[in-house]
Design a protein around this ligand. Structure first.
Ligand code: GCU
Length: 594
């Protein structure tokens, strides 16, 4: 356990000069900075670099105003266009639909800080690279478009006239995570909520309160304080089951917490969440936590000790009905509601950590979650900075969601080509994840190969290091016609459970024809009929998450009048219309429940 604190303290991140992620912002005094932000679109980054392409000390982060009629200032946030936050810029302005580059955001606010408190600015996410300034001072930077980060502004914030400036750059890079090529829209901007968080000067910074691996009674975790008064008595309370566990933090503000409790276990059928409070002399946080155990045994996945089949579907963070990056509780409820309608008890959130509302709603609705970092296709495996970036995104994903019962699988990669460098990279991520969270299952979406015309083999060396094998296959779409699935047999080198993490095909809603004609609903329906017959025959199959719940935007899909920059593999269209294949899968998932 002490090692865990060491790891959390040592996790190198852009916030090294700051404290790590504040685990839970619910129940804290927060001030939302959502809404209209002034923005400057800056394709040449002339607000950051001078004409010699050197970083300028006098960039747009100064939010400068001419002091006299001779003063030369060539930008002005306050008379510039605005963009909504949270929100991607691509769907807020036709000019920015394809835009990849820098946009500067500015938000002015007043803030009366109470004595003996600290203030942090918290970002749910910013795609992709964010440089953050307050009142003209750099307070930090963050790389990665799908995980939260916060910076302390206690010393910089003033009662009135604060200006928070964020340079957001979503340019794709070869050495980045994800890299240059993806099959989703590179929505840029402050895509999730921004808020100020006020804490006591010594506060409950982070905690893990979950069942010990393999146990259904023993709660095992830790609490970490941040601030001056680090030696304190901490009480973890779960009033409903009479738990009032008191421990003392050590000189670093850290305490382990272990106790037995007679808990009603969280499951899709009964997603029980308990009110949990963590009290210190100087602070108190509240959370709603579910308790469940998740393990594998041979080729079985065991939830609370009982075998479970993961009836799932993949979801991209595409806003239902309106398109663009989803970010709200309503978006989450709509998407997860459709998954429930499908008969799903599981969702694969692809290919990056989705917003916290998705995870909290899954916790509440009883939907198991596969959460993934965007190590997607051909990452620069031998680049140490790329590895550090991937480790950081993994650390932030786990830090935010480690107390969520719904999250059962961490995935470190999707469809990555075999090589020794790739294996070394992914093994590093897997051991990093296991060091941060020993309670959940590790997986990745791998690929398979034919050992003869009718036999598929899963023997990716990565499988050795995973708990659950994930495999993507497109028999009937990229690989032959739908009926090809009828002749296929599946084998695996590993005695481990398989989740078929992607399968399916494209169809334009309302486009009808014979089942052999691509892009028709009948063709997609046929793919699912043949797929399901094939999947039923795989002895070690313990879950499915077909590609994908709804159509989603992709710059790789320009076919006019069919795709129009939408990947049409959704079972539901981008206007919320259910395609024929939706009902084929729904029927199978119904059958599986009986
Ligand atoms: C891949 C990939 C997805 C992609 C899908 C497709 O398997 O993982 O991100 O969108 O196939 O081609 O539609």
């Amino acid at each position: 356990m002490k090692l865990l604190l060491l790891i959390f303290l040592l996790v190198p991140s852009v916030q090294a000069q700051q404290i790590g992620l504040i685990a839970n912002t619910d129940g804290r005094k927060t001030v939302s900075l959502n809404g209209q932000w002034q923005t400057i679109v800056d394709p040449y980054e002339s607000g950051y670099y001078n004409y010699r392409y050197q970083p300028s000390d006098n960039g747009y982060f100064k939010n400068a105003k001419p002091k006299s009629k001779t003063d030369l200032i060539e930008y002005d946030f306050d008379s510039s266009a605005t963009l909504n936050v949270p929100g991607d810029w691509n769907t807020q302005s036709d000019q920015l639909f394809f835009y990849e580059g820098t946009v500067w955001y500015k938000k002015s606010f007043d803030y009366q800080r109470k004595p003996d408190t600290r203030v942090f600015v918290y970002f749910g996410a910013a795609n992709y690279f964010a440089d953050v300034y307050l009142n003209g001072e750099k307070i930090g930077q963050h790389e990665g478009g799908f995980t939260p980060f916060n910076f302390e502004i206690t010393k910089l914030v003033r009662d009135t006239g604060n200006f928070l400036v964020v340079k957001v750059d979503n340019k794709r890079r070869l050495d980045a995570v994800p890299t240059l090529m993806t099959d989703w829209w590179n929505y840029g901007g402050l895509t999730r909520e921004v808020k100020l968080i006020e804490t006591p000067s010594t506060f409950v910074h982070d905690y893990l309160i979950q069942l010990q691996k393999g146990s259904r009674q023993r709660v095992s975790g830790w609490v970490k304080l941040a601030g001056q008064k680090l030696n304190q008595r901490i009480t973890v309370r779960i009033p409903e089951v009479g738990i009032n566990k008191t421990v003392n933090t050590d000189a670093r503000g850290f305490a382990e917490v272990d106790f037995n409790a007679d808990l009603k276990l969280w499951s899709p059928e009964s997603p029980k969440l308990y009110d949990v409070t963590i009290e210190a002399a100087t602070d108190q946080v509240r959370d709603q936590i579910g308790f469940r155990s998740i393990e594998t045994k041979g080729t079985d996945i065991l939830l609370n000790g009982r075998p479970i089949f993961l009836r799932g579907v993949c979801i991209h963070e595409e806003a239902p009905l309106r398109g663009g990056r989803a970010y709200s509780r309503e978006d989450a409820r709509t998407l997860l509601g459709w998954a429930k309608e499908l008969g799903a008890n599981f969702v694969r959130l692809a290919h990056y950590p989705h917003n916290e509302f998705m995870i909290r709603e899954a916790d509440r609705m009883g939907i198991l979650v596969w959460s993934e970092i965007p190590v997607y296709w051909t990452i620069q495996w031998e680049n140490a900075a790329t590895l550090e970036n991937a480790r950081n995104q993994l650390g932030e994903m786990i830090a935010r969601d480690k107390n969520r019962a719904a999250v059962v699988i961490w995935s470190v990669a999707n469809e990555t080509p075999l090589s020794d460098a790739r294996l070394t990279f992914l093994k590093n991520l897997i051991s990093h994840a296991r060091s941060l969270d020993a309670t959940r299952l590790m997986s990745a979406a791998m690929e398979r190969h034919y050992i003869n015309d009718t036999t598929q083999m899963i023997d990716d060396p990565l499988g050795e290091y995973l708990d659950v094998l994930g495999c993507n296959e497109y028999v009937g779409w990229y690989d032959g016609l739908p009926e090809k699935a009828d002749r296929l047999e599946w084998r695996s080198k590993y005695q481990k459970p398989l989740v078929m993490s992607e399968f399916g095909g494209d169809a334009l809603f309302g486009h009808h024809g014979d089942a052999g004609a691509r892009w028709t609903e009948e063709h997609q329906e046929s793919i699912y009929q043949h797929q399901i017959a094939m999947l039923k025959k795989i002895p070690f199959l313990r879950g499915t998450s077909p590609w994908i719940l709804t159509d989603f935007r992709s710059p790789r899909r320009p076919l006019p009048n069919i795709q129009d920059y939408w990947n049409r593999k959704g079972l539901i269209s981008n206007r919320g219309e259910k395609k024929k294949a939706f009902y084929v899968l729904q029927q199978w998932y119904r059958d599986l429940q009986h």
